[in-house]
Design a protein around this ligand. Structure first.
Ligand code: ADP
Ligand code: PAZ
Ligand code: K
Length: 256
């Protein structure tokens, strides 16, 4: 069975794929100093808790944090006796290579989102991922990643306000009741929430105009559903898109 691992700058997600469905999704914070033994302690406790008894034969990793890959490789080797595929490494091929400026190292999460979204929807897509950063990935007609947008993430923006302004508290993102806030917290939440609604709308409009073909917009990442509530931003929301992309890339490499 396949263990798919997606390390973002904030969270690391493990998911077990039985060939048809994901049996579980386990989440921990991303921390480069976490050892292989620590990963296994956490993993084995949770799979036991969920009553999942499976043999992992394959591991695929996508990591936006290069330093975590070493310990994850040791984890795969020591506990499952396998050599993981690592997205972005030369021995892990992509179904369609990206078309970007020479020397650009595209974030593996964006390549994985591209593969996952193309497998489900075909081409001419914008994938909006609300992670540590908010990214738009443009997927061409043939399934190639052809560029996009990197903007600060939602929580990062709220945190930056708190860090930089003495009188601004730490607040969580939520849908504010009104645009015009009548207290500090509502003002901050309005700025970030409606600001991001406008940012995503505006970016998608401009991407569509520049790309000059009809495009479908797919939202993913933990905060996508929150943003779908307030506005008509996405054609689809898929919180398992990155995991699905990992299974697509794994299959592609297995089949040679
Ligand atoms: N369901 C959720 N509700 C609220 N915040 C979330 C949820 N899922 C993730 N987040 C927050 O959104 C941000 C991005 O998370 P995530 O998508 O896991 O990022 P990354 O993939 O970059 O690690 C983080 O600050 C995280 O705490
Ligand atoms: C843009 C990102 C920081 C997003 O990472 P995430 O929010 O998923 O942690 C990551 O995809 C990355 O480091 N990209 C490298 C540069 C690029 O994609 O062009
Ligand atoms: K991500």
């Amino acid at each position: 069975m396949l263990l798919a691992i997606d390390c973002g700058n904030t969270n690391t997600v493990f998911s077990i794929w039985d060939g048809e469905k994901f049996l579980c999704t386990l989440r921990t914070s991303t921390h480069h100093a976490r050892t292989a033994d620590a990963y296994f302690t956490w993993y084995s406790t949770l799979v036991k808790h969920y009553g999942i008894e499976v043999t992992i034969t394959d591991v695929i990793i996508s990591s936006t944090v290069p330093r975590v890959v070493f310990n994850l490789r040791v984890f795969a080797d020591r506990f499952f006796g396998c050599r993981p595929m690592v997205v972005g490494k030369p021995d892990c091929a992509l179904p369609v290579p990206p078309r970007v400026d020479a020397g650009t190292l595209v974030g593996p999460d964006r390549l994985v989102n591209t593969a996952g979204a193309f497998a489900r929807h075909g081409g001419d897509l914008i994938v909006v991922d609300f992670g540590t950063a908010t990214t738009c990935d443009v997927v061409a007609e043939d399934g190639a990643y052809v560029g996009g947008v990197i903007a600060p993430g939602v929580n990062l923006s709220l945190e930056a306000l708190h860090m930089a302004a003495a009188a601004l508290p730490h607040v969580d993102v939520t849908t504010p009741p009104r645009v015009i806030g009548t207290n500090t917290v509502d003002c901050m939440q309005s700025g970030v929430y409606w600001g991001y609604v406008g940012l995503v709308k505006g970016l998608c409009e401009k991407i569509r105009a520049e790309y000059a073909r009809p495009m479908k917009v797919i939202g993913t990442g933990g905060l996508a559903p929150l943003f779908a509530q307030g506005a008509d931003l996405f054609d689809e929301i898929e919180d398992d898109l990155t995991m699905h992309g990992l299974t697509v890339i794994h299959d592609y490499n297995k089949k040679g």
